[in-house]
Write a protein that binds this ligand. Structure first.
Ligand SMILES: [Zn+2]
Length: 346
């Protein structure tokens, strides 16, 4: 290795302070010849209403219920839940090697609108704000259930990330335990606060003098960054400037700002990838298990596109599956620059 190559930051390992794991930045690998799978950039025109879509208004669902003629965002129970209050109770489970419990919890589906062909970037800011309000309401209601320990609101957008229904929608998993990432993020933020005069890990990352090149947008109440130790090529985090543990702790003004920032970031992805961009979006709220450590949690939204460029999908294959240490083939500061330069179409 020569010294000038090491100094550019495009080939090194970086510590992920929130997940407490190494990420390998290996932009030097992008020149590899590629004859593998490519993602099609086709633009399929969807109808405004699809009689075969179980999320559209007036359609009869798998459970026999008929969707009302709703307008705007709407939450409903997932007809095929992974976690449910009626999940079967297994016998036994006390053996430490064969531990098992009922898959209790809730799975919800959130339609962004009644229209089958309208994504979040397509909504007006008023409609987007209603979606943000639904995120807050659903999170608040589900996390108030003492049997629920963590509520994850998310969107799987696009066939590239396995979305099974093209009607733009999000989902909620309400878990009866604190998730693996929940434990890691809470532990790291609690430790950081203890060692840094009760400061917020994410708050300090936002204002770190060496992270100016990671900034995509700074709004009045939140900022968008490509994190220094991004695990995915164009991963971004939307972080409110004020530390709150839950999205519903944000003020009315902060939520309106968040709605606008979210849409602009989603539109940047659409511009960058020249299509309605596939993405995984995660609302990282604090667990709701009454642990005193939850007060150190700083709510943020993570957006993790599966694409590493216009055509290539990033697969988590052998190295990642075997180690849980992800190789990111793009230097985060370069990704931030590209996103900053995206023209935002509204
Ligand atoms: Zn639909």
């Amino acid at each position: 290795m020569n010294d000038s190559e090491a100094a550019t930051g495009n080939w090194e390992r970086r510590w992920h302070p929130l997940l407490e794991q190494w990420v390998i930045i290996a932009a030097n690998t992008t020149a590899r010849p590629w004859s593998g799978l490519t993602a099609e950039r086709k633009v399929e025109v969807q109808p405004a209403h699809d009689a075969n879509c179980y999320l559209c208004p007036g359609v009869t669902r798998a459970n026999g219920e008929v969707n009302p003629d709703y307008i705007g965002p709407r939450a409903m129970d997932n007809d095929f839940p992974s976690l449910a209050v009626h999940a079967p109770r297994p016998n036994g489970g006390s053996d430490s090697l064969l531990r098992r419990e009922a898959a209790l919890g809730r799975c919800r589906v959130l339609c962004w609108s009644e229209q089958h062909n309208v994504t979040l970037p397509d909504l007006s800011i008023e409609q987007m704000r209603k979606v943000v309000d639904l995120w807050c309401e659903e999170h608040k209601t589900l996390s108030a259930d003492p049997a629920i320990k963590q509520v994850l609101v998310f969107e799987n957008k696009g066939v590239e990330v396995g979305a099974s229904n093209l009607h733009p929608h999000g989902q909620i998993y309400a878990y009866p335990f604190v998730t693996d990432h929940g434990r890691r993020m809470r532990g790291s933020q609690t430790k950081y606060a203890a060692e840094n005069n009760n400061q917020s890990l994410l708050g300090d990352l936002l204002v770190h003098p060496d992270c100016a090149a990671n900034l995509v947008e700074q709004s009045s109440h939140c900022s968008v960054i490509v994190p220094f130790s991004a695990r995915f090529s164009y991963e971004t985090w939307i972080i409110p400037h004020r530390k709150v543990a839950m999205i519903s702790d944000l003020t009315d003004e902060e939520l309106t700002d968040l709605a606008g920032v979210y849409q602009r970031q989603a539109r940047r992805y659409d511009g960058l990838f020249q299509r309605s961009a596939p993405n995984i979006t995660l609302l990282h709220n604090a667990p709701c298990d009454n642990s005193a450590e939850n007060e150190h949690w700083h709510f943020h939204i993570a957006m993790q596109p599966p694409l590493r460029d216009l055509e290539k999908v990033k697969f988590l294959a052998g190295a990642e599956a075997g180690s849980n240490n992800i190789v990111n083939p793009l230097q985060p500061e370069i990704a931030a620059e590209q996103l900053r330069n995206c023209v935002i179409h509204s």
